[in-house]
Structures are given as C-alpha cells and as structure tokens.
Ligand binder design. Structure first.
Ligand SMILES: Nc1ncnc2c1ncn2[C@@H]1O[C@H](COP(=O)(O)OP(=O)(O)OP(=O)(O)O)[C@@H](O)[C@H]1O
Ligand SMILES: [Mg+2]
Length: 383
C-alpha cells in the first residue's frame, strides 16, 4: 500500500480508538500516522505535499495533546478537540473529520483562494496594455451576462502569453477584483502529484471550489508544464491531469455552470499542443512594455506611491532606457525600488544608528524624502 494510504489507515484507527477512550493506544497509532504522513510528504510536491504535512501536524497535535476529549457528531462527522496548554496560553485543536476530497477542497479554499478585493491589484495599477485590458473586460462582461442569445458564446478560457514579468498574473487578478470574484492563483506544478490518481482529484477539487465560490477566476500559471506539444514527453500522470483539466474546462461552457473564468499563462506558447490551444477562446499576447507603457509603469512605481521624479524629462529618458534594454514591468519596478532606496539612504544618513534606539523611537522617526534624480537610478548612460 502507498505510504499515505497507510498513514490514513493508522489515523482512522487512532481516531476510532480515541473515541473509545483507549487513549494510550490511540496516541501510539496517531504518532505512527504522523510519521508516515511526513515520509509521504517527502516524496510529494505542491498541494499534495502541503496536505500531508498538515495531516502529520494534526495527528501529532492530537496525539500529544495534554487533554483529549472526543465527541462524536451526527452525520458521521466527528470533531476532535484537544486543549493544549503551552506557555500559559491555551490553543485549541479543532477539526472536522472529512473525506480526502473534502480535505483537498478545504486546503484549496484556505490557501489558494483570495477573496478580499483589497488584496488584488486594480486596472490602474497596470501600466500600458490598454487593448488587453479592454479585451479582458469585454470577455468577462460577456461571460457574466446571464441572458444572451445562444449564438453568443462566452470565453470561459483565456490564454495569456509573453515574456516573464510583463503583468500576466496582475491582469488575471485585476479581472477577479473588478468582478468581486474569488481568485485562485495556482501553478501547474502545485497541481501535480506523483501518487496515482491524486492529480485529477486535486484539479477537480479546484474547479468544484471555484464553482461553489462563483463568480471565480482560476489563474493557472506555467501552463506549458502540462500542455507540451510533444505529448510523448509527458508522463502518464501529467497526461491524466491534462485530460481532467480539459474536461473541467469543457464543463464550464455549459449554460448551467456558474461563472468561472480560467486564465492560463505561459512564457512559451509555441510549445503548447495545438489541440489544447484551440480550447482557449482567446489567446492574448502580453508583450514587453513600449515607450509609453514604460513611462506609465515608472509612474505607477514612483509618483503614484508618493515619490515622483524630479522632472518630466527624466520620465522620458528612463522610459527610453527601459525600452532599449527590453525591460519588463517587473524589471522596471525593481529599478524604481532601488532608486527610492538610494534616495532614502542619501537623505537619511546613519539610519542604521537608529537601530540602537527603542522600538517606540524608531516607530516615530520621520523619513526624509525628495523627488528622484537621475543619479538615484544609477543607470548606465544612454546613447
Ligand atoms: N504593466 C505593469 N504595470 C505595473 N507593474 C507591472 C507591470 N508588469 C509587471 N509589473 C510589476 O511586476 C510584477 C510582476 O508582474 P506579474 O507577476 O504580473 O508578471 P507575469 O507576467 O505574471 O510574470 P511571470 O511570467 O514571471 O509569472 C508585478 O507585481 C508588478 O509589480
Ligand atoms: Mg506570473
């Protein structure tokens, strides 16, 4: 039997014994379960690994709890509570015992979903890409409209492709924000598990949570890892993952399905399988920023955050520099962060001496700032 299945069996037996009040034996089995979950985690990656570590931790806490009380609940679900007295504070271990699928769902809901609008970027934090923004807005508006003629089909799946750091993740998050939708941010590598049959379960769980939380945006990064054109290169589990994913995506286009938008991203669209590419209603290129976009991105990461540049011509000069060097939005952001840091160091000499002061004094210190000069950017001279 596979390790994690053995662990499940030990855990189930341990929990059952706890309910019977056979505490010592229960603890012994729960500790074995914990060890097996930890071992299984060593051989796992992504979500599967995280789940195993959580299971191990839970088994351990249950086994080592100073007091244990187990109260069986109706509907087969059981809640175990253990009070732990640690360093005077009291921590409670509380959990619903659920099936594997339900636990995967719970993990996804708790760890991969962002609901809070304020944690997501808005459209105006994304510089340039005006046409892309318009297209995405149209796509989700059409998708969200409930009553439309049968001939009007919505794009439930959109592919964003282009070089790293150009704003693909941000765009997907901005769609979620403006729809006030649940945002699921996953990488293909998080979904894959080496254990037979687990990957399709994780993928289906992801889509089920998304439907339950609809409207939702599922952002799948590193899409090429699952959809290479030379499918001979894919191992069996990845191939199975792909067919589950495609089946789930097909399911979304049915009229009765709640609104779930899949946005996939890749840096290498040319590597993608043609048949898979055709599943995406829209394939949108996200290029490196042009001159105007660079200027806007510089503004977003300086002026709009309270530190402007000294004069307008510096924006022009820096934007030219960024285009020449084929910098991405991410590169530009780091360039700005560095310049701001240089300015802060110059304006506040001996800042490290403050470290000697009490926290309250440090907290009250007012940083001196000024507009950014060309020297702060420490850029090499442009021709
Ligand atoms: N157009 C942009 N406007 C403003 N900031 C940007 C832009 N593009 C990138 N950035 C900055 O770079 C960071 C990285 O962007 P993002 O993660 O969206 O890129 P990506 O295209 O998803 O990259 P990767 O392909 O590496 O995943 C963002 O958090 C943002 O701060
Ligand atoms: Mg990204």
């Amino acid at each position: 039997m596979e390790l994690h299945r053995q662990a499940e069996a030990f855990k189930a037996r341990g929990v059952a014994l706890l309910k019977e009040g056979k505490i010592e034996e229960a603890r012994r089995l729960l500790l074995i379960a914990a060890e097996k979950f930890e071992k299984a985690a060593e051989f796992s990656e992504g979500i599967a690994k995280e789940l195993r570590l959580k299971e191990a931790e839970w088994c351990r806490r249950l086994a080592e709890g100073k007091e244990l009380s187990v109260s069986p609940k109706a509907v087969g679900a059981v809640r175990e509570e253990a009070s732990e007295v640690s360093g005077g504070g009291e921590a409670k271990v509380e959990r619903e015992e659920k099936g594997e699928f339900a636990r995967i769902k719970q993990y996804i809901r708790e760890n991969l979903m962002v609901r809070a609008k304020e944690k997501l970027p808005s459209w105006d934090e994304i510089g340039g890409l005006e046409d892309v923004k318009k297209l995405l807005k149209k796509a989700y508006v059409i998708g969200a409209i409930e009553k439309k003629p049968p001939a009007v089909s919505s794009w439930n799946a959109i592919l964003l492709y282009g070089p790293p750091g150009t704003g693909k993740t941000m765009l997907a998050a901005a769609v979620a924000k403006s729809l006030d939708a649940a945002f699921f941010d996953v990488k293909v590598s998080q979904l894959l598990s080496k254990y037979y049959g687990e990957t399709p379960k994780i993928i289906s769980a992801l889509f089920e949570v998304a439907r339950e939380e609809a409207p939702s945006v599922i952002f799948i990064d590193e899409f090429d890892a699952i959809a290479l054109s030379r499918s001979g290169d894919l191992d069996e589990e990845t191939r199975r993952a792909l067919s589950t994913l495609l089946a789930e995506m097909d399911g979304l286009s049915s009229k009765s399905s709640p609104f779930v938008l899949v946005i996939a991203a890749t840096n290498t669209p040319e590597a993608l399988d043609k048949a898979i590419l055709s599943r995406f209603g829209r394939k949108i290129e996200i290029p490196l920023p042009d001159y105007e976009a660079c200027k806007e991105i510089i503004r977003i990461h300086t002026e709009k955050k309270g530190i402007p540049l000294e004069d307008e011509s510096l924006y022009d000069e820096l934007a030219r520099y960024c285009v020449e060097r084929k910098m991405s939005g991410r590169d530009i952001k780091f360039m700005c962060i560095e310049a701001i840091w240089n300015m802060i160091e110059e304006m506040n000499p001996g800042l490290e001496r403050l470290a000697e002061e009490p926290y309250e004094r440090i907290r009250k210190y007012e940083l001196k700032t000024r507009a950014l000069k060309k020297e702060d950017f420490k850029i090499k001279e442009t021709r």
